[in-house]
Design a protein around this ligand. Structure first.
Ligand code: ATP
Ligand code: MG
Length: 464
């Protein structure tokens, strides 16, 4: 039997607030972590992507904070700015008390307003380590009343080299604090770190956390030797026709180049990576969430924690080197009980790596051949047929009937309809060029192809 939010020890006010957000019952990580957190114990919380870890730590923190004390009582650290923002927004939505102040602090944004807010009194701070340290050095952020501390995406904090910063920050938090680590993936190094930072933690692990949710359909499309990867991507996008997608690439440069290519082919796509200003990043994320941009080409700064409602597809432009990266990237889809598709483009040299990932996530990743021209054409015809059916139901159709009558004096009506369809069909991005690019790629020499594959690999060591 699953317990209700009330039974987990949350206040009636909070439960009502959760109901209004559509949270009827706790997810497994919430059922297990909330009571332990409320007891004041340290914990390590591990559960699959998109299963509600944010609320698992946010709800008990909100219960434990005293709004009458105008001091920072809880600190949550996240590896990226957007995640700090998202976690603080989630907390705002759960807080059910206007007097309670939650503040997100992160770089790339003016520090003065953050300082002003801290001076006015904040109860909970969510931030990235860099900005938190900066505010500590300026002595505007004080942590001597913090009794709850959370590292979200704890393993990524370690991967990104944030641990010295985290140590410095924790040295300013009272020893008696409660602390917790959360992530879908945990490395052995994290458990070593837990020994240093956590006091006899309860280890909560639900639903095979390393595995990927089985609501995600996972497939690979072959990129044949000497074929051009961008052209195969375009063909896959045509065939799959994702309503919304994040296309993960290795470098900022790759993100910019690919975006340009997709935009010039007429697709609704934009880039998202660390070279953009914070304002640009936030604006794009907003447009993407609104649905005014369909596809985002991103580096791994978008791989962790970021939640976009109903994201239909995640695409790995190349197979990621780390299993964890794969798990977090594809976990941007199939969240909160919904379904999704994860696609990887797989060059023969990456087959082995993908098999290893399949083994790790305990799911077979079905391999499909690169889409053919015939498949893409068939898809377009299908698309066109649906559009025609919609138009046939509409009102505007009548205004074109006189034109049909006029033309039918000279031509057969079926021929007129076919001509109109041809015109509509030609509005699609040029399929010929796309596939020609693939076949051109095919005729390139083996040496050129090997060289470009190598230069791609060497690029992959650069920043995101
Ligand atoms: N009990 C619940 N009922 C309904 N929806 C929920 C519940 N808990 C969380 N959600 C929703 O599920 C979505 C995913 O939650 P969240 O971002 O916390 O996942 P996560 O486990 O932190 O994933 P990741 O590992 O990617 O960070 C959010 O939109 C959140 O609002
Ligand atoms: Mg999360």
């Amino acid at each position: 039997m699953t317990l209700s939010f009330e039974q987990l020890g949350l206040s009636a006010q909070r439960v009502a607030c959760l109901k209004s957000l559509g949270f009827e019952a706790p997810t497994p990580i919430q059922s297990q972590a909330i009571p332990i957190f409320l007891e004041g114990r340290d914990l390590i919380g591990q559960a699959q992507t998109g299963t509600g870890k944010t609320a698992a730590f946010s709800l008990p923190i909100l219960e434990r904070v005293n709004p009458d004390l105008k001091v920072v009582q809880a600190l949550i650290l996240t590896p990226t700015r957007e995640l700090a923002m998202q976690v603080s927004q989630a907390m705002q939505s759960f807080k059910a008390d206007a007097a309670l102040r939650v503040l997100a602090v992160y770089g790339g944004q003016a520090i003065d307003p953050q300082i002003a807010q801290l001076k006015r009194g904040v109860h909970i701070v969510v931030g990235t380590p860099g900005r938190v340290l900066d505010l500590l050095e300026r002595q505007v952020l004080k942590l001597d009343h913090v009794n709850c501390f959370v590292l979200d995406e704890a393993d990524e904090m370690l991967n990104m080299g944030f641990i010295p910063d985290v140590t410095t920050i924790l040295n300013q938090v009272p020893e008696t604090r409660q602390a917790a680590f959360f992530s879908a993936t945990m490395s052995p190094a994290i458990f070593r770190l837990a020994k240093q930072f956590l006091d006899n933690p309860v280890n909560i692990k639900v639903e095979m956390p390393q595995a990927t949710p089985n609501r995600i359909r996972q497939i690979g499309y072959a990129v044949p030797r000497r074929w051009s990867r961008p052209a195969v991507l375009q063909a896959v996008l045509e065939l799959e026709d994702p309503t919304s997608a994040i296309i993960f690439v290795q470098t900022r440069r790759e993100a910019a180049d690919l975006t340009q290519r997709l935009q010039s082919a007429g697709y609704s796509a934009d880039e998202y990576h660390g070279d953009l200003s914070q304002h640009q990043r936030e604006r794009l994320l907003h447009r993407f969430k609104q649905g005014s941009v369909r596809w985002v080409v991103a580096t791994d700064i978008a791989a962790r924690g970021i939640h976009v409602d109903e994201l239909s597809h995640v695409i790995n432009y190349t197979v990621p080197d780390q299993h964890e990266t794969y798990v977090h990237r594809i976990g941007r889809t199939g969240r909160a009980g919904s379904c999704g598709t994860a696609i990887s483009l797989v060059h023969p040299t990456e087959r082995y790596q993908l098999r290893g990932i399949g083994h790790h996530v305990n799911q077979e990743i079905q391999m499909l051949p690169a889409p053919t021209r015939a498949q893409i054409e068939a898809r377009r015809f299908e698309h066109l047929t649906t559009q025609i059916q919609d138009v046939l139901q509409g009102e505007r159709l009548a205004s074109f009937l006189p034109l049909v009558s006029e033309l039918s004096e000279e031509y057969d009506t079926r021929a007129i309809a076919a001509a109109a369809l041809q015109l509509a069909f030609d509005q699609y991005p040029p399929i010929g060029n796309q596939l020609d690019a693939i076949y051109q790629g095919k005729s390139r020499s083996r040496a050129t192809s090997a060289r470009s594959e190598r230069s791609r690999k060497s690029l992959s060591t650069k920043g995101v």
